[in-house]
Write a protein that binds this ligand. Structure first.
Ligand code: F6P
Length: 318
């Protein structure tokens, strides 16, 4: 049996750990492994490379992805999918492992619906894949953001200043919500909840009157841009806020223990699924147990926000 593996969409710390686990598990089980460069883009153009155990040596601790990745919107067209299927046929691939987030797994589902044997692995710093409590890269991105905001707090406190820190997450606020709680943000703004700039400015004034020395807003990029948010605050209340956009700092670096562990388990499990001929599933995790989520569910559902978590912040930022 010959399988292929690719990483797709935004790179996420732990992708390499998953590539290593897929490659070595498959080789152990007597399969041949081909790595596809640059995700679905390389799948369409046929950029395949045979993978040996040594090719994935010493990558467990590396951020990014040795297979390279790409955004490939053209893959969602009928022509793109057919080109990918032609490459898979040319290289005699029996099954494909796709390591990526929502957009990538929609691509996996398209291939699956065409009858090609695919297994997905949930991997994105946004942690917005339906049916899994966590995705590869989320924990590292969280830790990157938390470390950065802890440093920003030193300046905010020293200058008794308001800071608006914009974090990634695309159109979702899951990363911002978790990170906001872990840094003790005074206000968390996410796209899943409306916000009122007047109420926020009242809260800023109230908190400073209560003796607080800083006010940190953790703002999800999907809710507003930091600059616009700070401008609105200035306009409504005359309060000046410094801004910091964490951007790609969140996405790189060595994966944490949790991401290496998750990625390794997901990688091994994806090959076990192939062995059992159980295709059309995304490997994820729920309550510390690996789960298999139907690709169709991932493609058609939106992961809900944790209501309790959002409620919880109001007890803490007083
Ligand atoms: O999906 C991961 C992510 O980092 C999002 O949080 C962000 O909105 C997006 O990718 C940025 O995409 P790109 O790398 O294409 O600029």
């Amino acid at each position: 049996m010959r399988i292929a593996v690719l990483t797709s969409g935004g790179d996420a710390p732990g992708m390499n750990a998953a590539v290593r686990a897929v490659t070595r598990t498959a080789i152990y089980k007597g399969m041949e492994v081909m790595g596809v460069k640059k995700g679905f883009a390389g799948l369409m153009t046929g950029e395949f490379k045979k993978m040996c155990s040594r090719d994935v040596g010493s990558i467990l601790s590396l951020g990014g992805t040795i297979l390279l990745t790409a955004r490939a919107p053209e893959f969602s067209s009928e022509e793109g999918i057919n080109r990918a299927l032609a490459s898979l046929k040319k290289y005699q691939i029996d099954a494909l492992v796709v390591i990526g987030g929502n957009g990538s797994q929609r691509g996996s589902n398209d291939l699956h619906k065409k009858g090609f044997p695919v297994v997905g692995i949930a991997s994105t710093i946004d942690n917005d894949v339906y049916g899994t409590h966590s995705t590869i890269g989320f924990d590292t991105a969280l830790n990157n953001a938390v470390g950065a905001i802890d440093k920003i707090r030193d300046t905010a406190t020293s200058h008794q200043r308001v800071f608006v820190v914009e974090v990634m997450g695309r159109d979702r606020g899951i990363l911002a919500l978790h990170c906001g709680i872990a840094v003790g943000a005074d206000c968390i703004v996410i796209p899943e909840r409306s916000f009122n700039i007047n109420q926020i400015s009242e809260k800023i004034k109230g908190n400073f009157e209560l003796g607080k020395k800083h006010f940190i807003v953790v703002l999800a990029e999907g809710a507003a841009k930091a600059e616009k948010f700070a401008d609105a605050l200035q306009l409504v209340s005359g309060i000046h806020a410094s801004i910091s956009v964490l951007g790609y700092l969140q996405r790189g670096g060595n994966p944490t223990f949790q991401d290496r562990f998750l990625a390794t388990n997901f990688g091994v499990n994806s090959v076990q699924l192939i062995e059992q001929k159980k295709f059309g599933y995304i490997v994820g995790v729920q309550n510390n147990h690996v789960v298999h989520i139907p690709m169709e569910d991932v493609a058609t559902n939106i992961k809900p926000i944790d209501e309790n978590l959002f409620e919880l912040q109001k007890y803490l930022c007083i």
